[in-house]
Write a protein that binds this ligand. Structure first.
Ligand SMILES: *Cc1c(COP(=O)(O)O)cnc(C)c1O
Length: 403
């Protein structure tokens, strides 16, 4: 028996609504069932009415789903919501943050192109450029993130892409995205920004002039440490290339993870607000403690780019790094003495995490690459979660007392 549904309103009209409303509602297309929460479409393929219908959809003459490596309604909802939040013409989801970075380079660069990468980026990002892209004839050079003169001097005739994290992991360095975008465009290059640490709730790089935004959705977008995913967002003309690569090569997002991320986005801004508030409080407290050499956090007035951070971001993020006196041994003692905080390298979770970058996330780099990225043996990274900040402070105090 077929149920006849009444025609009528099922989806919201989102013209002119603000970020918080888009975070909850953008991209949703309700099925005739009228489900209130976003539906999870666990299907790898789709059926067609007739052979002619199948042919038309495969040819792209008629819009519609063909196969979930290409499109899936739950993934599409997530992509449309991310595009709305980043102010992008289009966004596409990937199976991880690294898959997002790979897809950008594979789709926008060719052998013989030159890429400029900021010196202090995620450990696997450096390995991806060094071990793999170089093997396929992409030239790579590294530039200190904040050094605009250094960027200007590093361009070559074949420079195609600039790749930065701002703020960077784990030292919270920044670059003036608007100034760097102007520099890139004047030289005919594109600027890609890994916006993982800020999320669109704190910073929207496309609005600052960047061409492509990249996310590890594994972090704050999921927000609860459950699943892997990534996003690439930008102009439709560039995204066409990225989408083409993804559909062919296949590191696309699972619908289940897309569904989790949709639920994560609904609370993104209020979570980021709470993460950032606790992080600032802990950074200010850490700066006053004996045994600490230096605290890296853009919310501190002692941070060399504090003014830029205030201008470019609506808050300072939730990753606080600090160097202790006494090198690796002291750093490990601090980490081992904590009792609440988890010893793990993930970030963007409700649960606060603590890690020693030199021997974990950046452990595979050569000592020279590590030194270049500014990762010392005495550096500890804390990704502040949503526990009571007084409990986190007491835990870190226990750690510092162990030095
Ligand atoms: C985690 C992370 C990545 C990689 O993302 P995955 O989802 O782990 O593949 C890339 N960039 C930054 C800044 C990250 O923190």
């Amino acid at each position: 028996m077929t149920i006849e549904w009444e025609a009528g309103r099922l989806d919201s009209d989102l013209d002119g609504v603000s970020f918080d409303t888009l975070a909850v509602r953008a991209g949703q297309q309700r099925s005739p069932e009228g489900e209130h929460s976003e539906a999870l479409f666990l299907t790898s393929s789709y059926v067609f009415r007739t052979a002619a219908d199948a042919a038309a959809r495969f040819a792209g003459d008629v819009p519609g789903n063909v196969y979930s490596r290409y499109t899936n309604p739950t993934v599409r909802t997530f992509e449309e919501r991310m595009a709305a939040l980043e102010g992008a013409e289009q966004a596409v989801a990937t199976s991880s943050g690294m898959a997002a970075i790979m897809s950008v380079v594979m789709s926008l660069c060719s052998a013989g192109d030159h890429v400029l990468v900021s010196r202090s980026v995620f450990g696997s990002t450096i390995s991806l450029f060094e071990k793999y892209f170089k093997r396929f004839g992409v030239e790579v050079d590294y530039v200190p993130l904040a050094d605009l003169d250094g960027w200007a001097a590093a361009f070559k005739a074949n420079t195609k892409l600039l790749f930065v994290e701002s703020p960077s992991n784990p030292l919270a360095e920044l670059v003036d995205i608007t100034a760097l975008a102007e520099l890139a465009h004047a030289k005919g290059a594109l600027l890609a920004v890994d916006n993982c640490f800020c999320t669109p709730a704190l910073q929207q790089p496309l609005k600052l002039g960047a061409d492509v935004v990249i996310h590890s959705a594994t972090k704050y977008i999921d927000g609860q440490g459950r699943s892997m995913g990534g996003v690439v967002a930008g102009r439709a003309e560039l995204m066409k290339e990225v989408v083409g690569f993804l559909r062919t090569a296949g590191p696309t997002l699972s619908p289940f993870n897309a569904w989790l991320f949709l639920k994560g986005l609904e609370t993104l801004r209020i979570r980021m607000q709470a993460h950032c508030q606790s992080a600032l409080q802990l950074a200010q407290w850490l700066e006053q403690q004996p045994g600490i050499e230096k605290v890296h956090y853009a919310g501190l007035t002692s941070h060399p780019q504090h003014e830029l951070a205030k201008r470019q971001q609506s808050a300072f993020g939730a990753v606080v790094s600090f160097e202790v006196k006494g090198g690796k041994e002291a750093a490990w003692r601090v980490i081992d003495a904590t009792r609440v905080i988890s010893i793990t390298t993930n970030l963007g979770d409700t649960k606060t995490t603590i890690a020693h970058p030199a021997t974990t996330s950046h452990g595979r780099l050569t000592p020279a690459e590590r030194a270049n990225a500014g990762i010392s043996d005495s550096l500890i990274r804390v990704a502040v979660g949503l526990e009571d900040v007084a409990d986190l402070q007491a835990d870190l105090a226990r750690g510092l007392a162990a030095i």
